[in-house]
Each structure stands twice: as structure tokens, then as C-alpha cells.
Write a protein that binds this ligand. Structure first.
Ligand SMILES: C[S@@+](CC[C@H](N)C(=O)[O-])C[C@H]1O[C@@H](n2cnc3c(N)ncnc32)[C@H](O)[C@@H]1O
Length: 223
């Protein structure tokens, strides 16, 4: 018997009615679809936004790193969970989408807590490792072909009790359909295997939005 509730438009709407989304978050999400059409569906869902926001509140995380900003919807959800000392570095190579992001962050009153880095994700991670920076929450949502490398690099950047979250690990359910062998689906399958068998970390995978994996370093891990 299936344990998970089947999703439907009605159920999704019901969830959205029962979670918090601020007026600016809603405006930003609606604007992104007007401006970019279907491409905007690569953003996390409002339910995922609420989940990230909640994780940051319960973990009392203060130093956040995000790979893959797009229009800044996920960044905003995380920023709204921070107290005044909290900071987010968010990385995206796309200047156009991120220029919109800044306007909405300003409107939501969180602009000063966000540092936008318009650069390549790997280069940025290597630069941060050289500087010996540490983050207590890392959200990874850039190109899927980079996920393994992002994971390996982020183990040097995450604090002892920090949390790393990966988006899109279920890839619209395609990972479980063995008749599908397209490149992106294979990349995600490979990543899911890779992280599961890595004994440096504890992980869990959840079916929310396009699927998320949560990952933390095992206690007493010496890298
Ligand atoms: C799925 S979207 C991010 C969505 C965003 N996290 C949200 O939920 O609102 C992925 C973004 O990653 C960026 N990206 C892809 N590969 C990248 C790379 N190698 N370095 C930096 N940014 C990259 C793309 O420009 C795109 O905006």
C-alpha cells in the first residue's frame, strides 16, 4: 500500500492556503511567471519556501549559502527567517534574473542581509574554501551536473552542526521510472546513490516540491 498521499491541484492549493507566504513573496512568484513563463517553475514551491524558512528558524542558522538564485524567491524565503545578524551569500551567474531579485529583496526589507555573487558556483566555492569560510546552512539549487562537486566542496564549508539541503532530487518523479535514461535523470540518480553511500554524512530524502535531500556531517567526523 502506498504511504504517501497522492498530490493534486486541490491538495496543493489547500497546503498553500495553510502556510505563510508574505505579500512580497507572492508578488515575486507571480511576477516571475509573467516575466519568464514556464522557466519560473524551476523555482522552489511555496511549500518548500515555507519548509526552508522553518528549518532556518528551528536551527537558528545565521550564515547561509545558496547556489542558484534565479529571481531570488528561495533566497527571500530564507532571509525572512533570519534575525538581524543573519546573512546570506547567494550565487548565480545570471545577471538578468538576479537584477529583478534585488528589487524584491529591497521591497521585503532584507536587501542588506543578502550578498549577491554573480559568478560560477564552483569557482565561488573554491574561493570560499581558500578563505576558510564556514556556513551553518547551505541550499543547493544550481545546475544538477554540478551536484556531486557541490556536495564534496560544501563538506569543507559547512559547520559541524550545519545542514545542507539539495533540491530536485526526485526530478519530477523521473528518477523512479527505469524506462527513462535521459542525461539529467541519470545525473540525479547517480547523485542520489553517491550521497546515500557516503559515510561522512547522515541524510534523509523527502517528497516535497521536486524532492529534497537533507544532509549533515556525522558527529565527530574528522575530514
Ligand atoms: C533552479 S534555478 C534556482 C531557483 C531558486 N533557487 C529558487 O528556488 O527561487 C537554478 C539557477 O542556477 C543558476 N546556475 C546554473 N548553473 C550555475 C553555475 N554553474 N554557477 C552559478 N549559477 C548557476 C541558473 O542561472 C539558475 O538561475
Amino acid at each position: 500500500m502506498l504511504k504517501n498521499i497522492h498530490s493534486s491541484k486541490d491538495l496543493e492549493n489547500y497546503i498553500y492556503q495553510n502556510i505563510e507566504e508574505t505579500a512580497v513573496q507572492k508578488e515575486m512568484r507571480e511576477f516571475s511567471f509573467k516575466e519568464f513563463g514556464d522557466i519560473a517553475s524551476m523555482q522552489i514551491s511555496p511549500q518548500q519556501a515555507s519548509f526552508l524558512n522553518f528549518l532556518i528558524k528551528i536551527g537558528n542558522y545565521k550564515n547561509i549559502l545558496e547556489l542558484g538564485t534565479f529571481m531570488g524567491y528561495s533566497t527571500l524565503a530564507m532571509a525572512l527567517a533570519l534575525d538581524k545578524e543573519g546573512k546570506i551569500f547567494t550565487v548565480d551567474k545570471d545577471l538578468k534574473t538576479t537584477s529583478y531579485a534585488k528589487k524584491f529583496w529591497d521591497k521585503a526589507g532584507v536587501k542588506n542581509q543578502i550578498t549577491m555573487i554573480n559568478s560560477d558556483a564552483i569557482e565561488t566555492l573554491q574561493n570560499f574554501i581558500k578563505q576558510k569560510l564556514l556556513f551553518d546552512f547551505i541550499f543547493i539549487d544550481a545546475d544538477k551536473s554540478g551536484y556531486k562537486t557541490y556536495f564534496d566542496n560544501c563538506l569543507d564549508l559547512i559547520s559541524e552542526n550545519g545542514l545542507i539541503v539539495f533540491d530536485n532530487v526526485l526530478w519530477k518523479g523521473k528518477v523512479a521510472d527505469l524506462s527513462l535514461n535521459d542525461k539529467k535523470t541519470e545525473i540525479i540518480r547517480e547523485f542520489n546513490k553517491y550521497i546515500k553511500k557516503d559515510n561522512r554524512v547522515d541524510t534523509t530524502m523527502i517528497s516535497i516540491g521536486d524532492g529534497m535531500t537533507l544532509c549533515k556531517k556525522k558527529k565527530n567526523l574528522i575530514l
